[in-house]
Design a binder for this molecule. Sequence first.
Ligand SMILES: NC(=O)c1ccc[n+]([C@@H]2O[C@H](COP(=O)([O-])OP(=O)(O)OC[C@H]3O[C@@H](n4cnc5c(N)ncnc54)[C@H](O)[C@@H]3O)[C@@H](O)[C@H]2O)c1
Length: 293
Amino acid sequence: MSGIIRKVGVCGAGGTMGAGIAIVTARAGFETVCYDLAQPALDAAAKQTAGFFGKSVDRGKMSAGERDAVLARMRATTSLDDLADCDLVIEAVFEDLKTKQQLFAALDPLCAKHTIFASNTSTLSITEIASQCGRQDRVVGMHFCLPAQLMKLIEMSPGMNTSRETFDTAWSFAEAAGQTPVRTQDKPGFILNALLVPFNNDVIRAVEAGVATPADIDAAIKTGLGYRMGPCELLDLIGLDTQLRLCEAFYPVTLDVRSSAPPLLRRMVAAGHLGRKTGRGFYTYDGNAMFGG
Ligand SMILES: NC(=O)c1ccc[n+]([C@@H]2O[C@H](COP(=O)([O-])OP(=O)(O)OC[C@H]3O[C@@H](n4cnc5c(N)ncnc54)[C@H](O)[C@@H]3O)[C@@H](O)[C@H]2O)c1
């Protein structure tokens, strides 16, 4: 375990990213409090998590006893107060500046002085997220990659007021959790999303223009560029609603027209075609089991 960090809180733990991040921290030996506003989302995440670790046992990656110990380290709650004694709180709530600012402002008086707040934001400024809480020096960007339970990368970014000690402690934590941190500046989209959000929008516009079907676009990208997953498959995994929130956070600060939400994306979200999480996006799905195990 790293330095002072023993207990980790994950906010938005009922969501796509939060559920995966909680798996990473609990699997690495950290007590993990899984917080979300929505109990049904927490229940669904708990079911997916149990399924994920069940596959890990079936595949010989861990024993049944180890699985039980990991699950025992995870506790789900809808009460913010349960995060009070966490040493690190990682937020993976909706990609909305006010929502994230309000969450950290509410956590600030609850948590211990040493507690570090980390944001998993994909596109927003760490400095702006930190600006409304009383501990700007202890806020850091930790952008996990989808699916978090499988991907090792974390883009680590300091805000303008993040202390060196906070950044180093968070970096050591990332390594102790078995992840691979890379350092980026507090710039819109960091590394991955600065490149990916416009690209994924280009793909949606190509589908809308009838250039090719989602299946043929995915086949072309996978076969021609050697990607493991096609962009339409990836968008269904990311969540079309999350892609829309990314555009709405990203476009106003970049004014890059490729980052603005394509009309087809808006229609798919309005129709509830959010991807894997609703069983329908560019493709249709039975069930919503987590990747890997
Ligand atoms: N989906 C991706 O591919 C991906 C990848 C990397 C980072 N991210 C980032 O992770 C964050 C979450 O994205 P997601 O796709 O997991 O979203 P999601 O919609 O799947 O989940 C968000 C969860 O946050 C909960 N929530 C919302 N407001 C809350 C609050 N105030 N307190 C507690 N819980 C709250 C919701 O109930 C929901 O369960 C965003 O910042 C997003 O940019 C997403």
